[in-house]
Design a protein around this ligand. Structure first.
Ligand code: ADE
Length: 232
């Protein structure tokens, strides 16, 4: 299964960024996913390559023109799901990432300046997705994060197929945070002067007991760090 991301942006050189490295990078080489970064400025109509203008009604900043964005969008043959990255969108979570990872084509619109003219979002029925309640200077880092969250869920990308189900928000953890991990050395003398040991239960090979301990840890950690997840 391969997924293609079409990215409409004023900064095509921001892609693939970190997605050219490590697991996502190897998956890209294997063509498990593909991307095309389309420079919105290539669709500008005047010699100055203008893509934005002042907002009707006044106010700060510049707004990206609908006609230029539409021309860029219409250059994409298979648009698939159309997403505008925006802080006012639905907040991305693991369930949404999983859903998006099953699509064949996704078109991501990255805004800069104050945003994009509302009419192009309406005309082409863009969904709006946010990566969290804070404001970035543009949609590009948000697009990269959304892509990363999808790509690592593609079959074969993570190596161990079980991993995604066992991690935080995964199906096997019941939507809780993940339990803590330990590796060698069993006893570690930190430079802080304190000695740390790996919890005994993890060393005695009793898998039922380990499972029970991990579930309990997940619950405790979720209670302490993200009590809101237990209210759902
Ligand atoms: N563009 C600016 N801020 C954003 C956010 N929080 N999520 C998605 N896109 C954005």
């Amino acid at each position: 299964m391969a997924i293609k991301f079409n990215i409409l942006t004023l900064f095509p050189e921001m892609f693939p960024s970190m997605l050219g490295q490590s697991l996502a990078g190897r998956a890209l080489e294997r063509r498990d996913w593909a991307y095309k970064a389309i420079n919105i400025r290539d669709f500008a109509q005047d010699i100055h390559k203008t893509v934005d203008d002042t907002p009707y009604g006044g106010g700060a900043g510049m707004v990206m023109r609908p006609d230029i964005i539409e021309a860029a969008l219409l250059s994409v043959p298979k648009q698939g799901r159309k997403i505008y990255l925006s802080p006012r969108g639905k907040v991305l979570n693991q369930a949404l990432a999983k859903e998006l990872s099953t699509e064949d084509n996704i078109t991501l619109l990255c805004g800069r300046y104050e945003g994009v003219d509302q009419r192009v979002l309406e005309a082409h029925e863009f969904e709006e997705i946010s990566i969290g309640d804070y404001v970035l200077s543009g949609g590009e880092p948000a697009a990269l994060i959304l892509m990363d969250a999808c790509i690592r869920l593609l079959p074969g990308v993570m190596g161990n197929e079980e991993t995604a189900d066992n991690e935080s928000f995964g199906t096997n953890t019941g939507g809780l945070l993940e339990y803590p991990h330990y590796t060698r050395p069993a006893e570690w003398d930190s430079a802080t002067g304190k000695t740390y040991e790996v919890p005994e239960v993890l060393k005695n090979g009793n898998h039922a007991k380990i499972e029970e301990w991990r579930k309990d840890q997940s619950l405790k950690i979720t209670k302490a760090l993200r009590p809101d997840l237990l209210e759902k």
